[in-house]
Design a binder for this molecule. Structure first.
Ligand code: FRU
Length: 483
């Protein structure tokens, strides 16, 4: 069938062509945010895994660079992380400048082995030298090392997974080359065929005691996550440099990072500038169920917008909050449209222009049974974002969100949200073929792709069973990705 180039997202990063999955090696150095990622330089399906590379000076405008770490004859470069070795503990620095070090999984299918490799760069991530394997436990399912510096113990920490055992494993090192086993966590919470792409981040607690912080261990599941596909769960606790201990007794009910289908393998940046207290992560906007089948061309795979993450104390315990990085506001049009709407059954058109939009809707639900915001194209396909007060849920329904391409795609995704006060705030980042929905200032998120037909996107809103009011403000967003 004739392949049609899809309407390219304007401000969500994707490579110019070919396949992309997980974000890798997120690190900031000398004014640049680096985004490496799982990349197939030779095709638009998974294979030949190598580290692709993009850089940004502001987290929202991205420039693609040549492949950073290619596969070799025997070993693919799977997911991993990068650090700046400020003290040159590894000895790979040059001329008094610290090296950028990548620690990633070498996947050797012939030897049935996954082990951790080290590569270094002395030129701001442009060219890399593979030093070789630094940690093997003789397993074929040991992967996705996230490495970071732990100041209280003055050592390097690695968290990786024994994927099939559903275990996260922690190692420590003083030089990034020799690693010692420290502890193991799991199985816990949600189990699946694989645990993948773990991360461990110290996050501020909003509204907690002054300076209160907690560690968050995030783990991705290749399948059987929220909604049945791939997704992420997290645990909140303490970390002493060797062992992670959850705070609450986690009764087994998993807590998800996102309630949509398309948020996977999120990991956080290392080495953000000293004067920036944020933790920022980014996810792959896809689901392994249908990732290789999504109808886009000439590239397959995009990232979410970078999100700053923190914790909030709730009646259920600590919960993560996620917000789009504030730098995104620089790409907004100068003048937003703003309206106060009173909604009824008859859909009201919203005067929102274009497919790249940042929209905030504050809803007073009144006596309505359901409030919806609908995005539709010229062919009758639609994406429905809705609120159901009686059952305390916010949802995205994409059962008619484009031509059929995979059974696992046409579904509805629900986030539990307390609506008993009769109000909710929604922030929608829409970008041609993706919606990132942030509910109540980042308390919950739903991230879903859609694949529309031709014609401009039109927006409308309505309320069923009783009136509701909506204060809406929308900006169009300028392109952030250079192609
Ligand atoms: C997660 C993952 C990782 C692995 C990589 C291979 O999506 O399966 O566990 O390192 O992708 O591309």
């Amino acid at each position: 069938d004739a392949q049609r180039a899809d309407p390219r997202p304007a401000y969500h990063y994707g490579p110019k062509r070919n396949w992309m999955n997980d974000p890798n090696g997120l690190v900031y150095f000398e004014g640049e945010y680096h985004l490496f990622y799982q990349y197939n330089p030779h095709g638009d399906r998974w294979g030949h895994m190598s580290w692709g590379h993009a850089v940004s000076r502001d987290l929202v405008t991205w420039e693609e660079l040549p492949v950073a770490i290619p596969e070799t004859a025997d070993v693919m470069a799977f997911s991993g992380s990068a650090v700046i070795d400020w003290k040159n503990s590894s000895g790979f620095g040059r001329d008094g400048r610290p090296p950028m070090i990548a620690i990633y999984t070498g996947h050797n299918p012939k030897a049935k082995l996954q082990s951790q490799y080290l590569a270094y760069s002395n030129d701001r991530g442009r060219t890399w030298t593979v030093h070789g394997e630094v940690l093997s436990v003789g397993s074929s399912e040991f992967r996705d090392p996230k490495v970071f510096w732990h100041e209280p113990t003055r050592s390097w920490v690695m968290i990786a997974v024994m994927a099939v055992e559903n275990r996260a494993v922690i190692f420590t090192s003083s030089d990034l080359k020799q690693w010692r086993y420290a502890s193991s966590f799991g199985p816990a919470g949600a189990r699946g065929k694989n645990w993948e792409c773990p991360d461990l981040n110290l996050l501020p607690v909003e509204g907690g005691a002054p300076g209160e912080q907690r560690w968050v261990l995030s783990i991705n599941l290749g399948d059987q996550a929220v909604g049945g596909g791939s997704g992420g769960q997290y645990f909140v606790g303490d970390f002493d440099g060797r062992r992670f201990t959850p705070v609450d007794a986690w009764g087994g009910e998993p807590v998800w990072t996102d309630y949509g289908a398309d948020f996977y393998a999120a990991v956080a940046w290392n080495d953000l500038p000293k004067d920036d207290p944020r933790r920022i992560w980014i996810g792959w906007a896809n689901d392994w169920r249908y990732a290789e089948a999504i109808p886009t061309w000439p590239s397959r795979g995009i990232m979410t917008v970078p999100r700053s993450i923190s914790l909030r104390k709730t009646a259920q315990g600590y919960r993560m909050t996620q917000r789009p990085v504030r730098e995104l506001e620089r790409l907004r049009s100068k003048v937003p449209i703003s309206r106060q709407l009173s909604l009824r059954d008859e859909p009201l058109a919203l005067p929102v222009e274009g497919g790249a939009v940042d929209l905030t809707a504050n809803l007073a639900l009144g006596q309505s049974e359901q409030v919806t915001l609908t995005l539709s194209d010229g062919e009758g396909y639609q994406m429905v974002i809705g609120v159901n007060p009686a059952v305390n849920e916010v949802f995205i329904d994409r059962s008619r969100a484009g031509p059929h391409f995979h059974d696992g795609f046409e579904n509805r995704h629900v986030a539990p949200v307390d609506l008993r006060q009769g109000k909710v705030s929604l922030r929608l980042l829409v970008d041609e073929s993706i919606v990132e929905l942030f509910i109540n200032d980042g308390e919950q998120t739903i991230t879903d792709r859609f694949f529309r037909g031709s014609g401009p996107l039109r927006w409308s809103a309505s309320a069923r069973g009783g009136a509701a009011t909506m204060d809406v403000t929308a900006w169009s967003i300028r392109p952030g990705v250079r192609h």
